[in-house]
Design a binder for this molecule. Structure first.
Ligand SMILES: Cc1cc2nc3c(=O)[nH]c(=O)nc-3n(C[C@H](O)[C@H](O)[C@H](O)COP(=O)(O)O)c2cc1C
Length: 173
C-alpha cells in the first residue's frame, strides 16, 4: 500500500463504481460507512475530484454536511456481503462497523477515517455541494428514480490523497 498520484490511476470509473461499489465514509466523531454505486472521477476547477450523490434521507447526508470531508474506499470482492450491509442498514439505528465487520482506518489528510480492508482509498475535502433540482432534469425518465422526491445532493470532493495497492491501480509505464 502506498500513496498514489491520482493522475497515474488507470481505473475504469464506470466499472469500479457501478460493478464493484464503494464504501463512502463521512463523519469524524462517529464516522459512518455507507455503500455507494453512483459517482464519478474527473477534474474540476483545476483539481482532481471525486463526486458522490447522496440522498438527504441517508444518515450519511447529515454527516457529509456537518463536516466537509469524506473518504471513498474500494474493497476486494470478498467483502461484498459487508458492502450489502453498509448499503441496507442505517447508521441511525446501529453501528455499521460492528455489523459489517469492517474497521475504520486513520486517514492522513482528513479527519474522517478510511476503511482498513480497502485496497484503494480516496481522501477528499468537499469543495462544493448542491441539491439536484427536478426542474433541471431534461429526460423525464429520471424523475422515476425519485418516488419519494428525495433528490440527491451532489458532493464534489477535491482528492487530497489516494492510497492503495500500486500494482492494481497505477498505470504501467
Ligand atoms: C449497491 C448500492 C449502492 C448504493 N448507492 C447509493 C448512492 O450512490 N447514493 C445514495 O444516496 N444511496 C446509495 N445506496 C443506498 C444507501 O447505501 C443505503 O440507503 C444505506 O442504508 C444508507 O445508510 P446510512 O443511513 O447509514 O447513511 C446504495 C445501496 C447499495 C446496496
Amino acid at each position: 500500500m502506498k500513496t498514489i498520484n491520482p493522475y497515474d490511476l488507470s481505473l475504469n470509473p464506470l466499472h469500479i463504481l457501478e460493478k464493484r461499489w464503494a464504501v463512502l465514509v463521512a463523519g469524524d466523531k462517529k464516522p459512518n460507512p455507507m455503500t455507494v454505486a453512483w459517482g464519478g472521477f474527473g477534474t474540476l476547477w483545476q483539481r482532481p475530484v471525486v463526486t458522490v450523490y447522496v440522498r438527504p434521507t441517508r444518515f450519511t447526508h447529515k454527516l457529509l454536511v456537518s463536516r466537509d470531508e469524506f473518504t471513498l474506499n474500494f474493497l476486494p470482492a470478498k467483502f461484498r456481503k459487508a458492502l450489502n450491509i453498509c448499503g441496507t442498514l442505517s447508521g441511525r439505528d446501529c453501528d455499521k462497523w460492528e455489523r459489517s465487520g469492517l474497521s475504520p482506518k486513520r486517514s492522513t489528510k482528513v479527519a474522517v477515517p478510511g476503511v482498513f480492508e480497502a485496497e484503494l482509498t480516496f481522501e477528499c475535502r468537499t469543495i462544493a455541494r448542491f441539491p439536484m433540482k427536478p426542474k433541471d432534469f431534461l429526460d423525464t425518465a429520471i424523475e422515476e428514480f425519485y418516488p419519494e422526491k428525495d433528490y440527491h445532493t451532489v458532493f464534489i470532493g477535491e482528492v487530497l490523497r489516494v492510497f492503495g495497492e500500486e500494482v492494481l491501480y497505477q498505470a504501467k509505464p
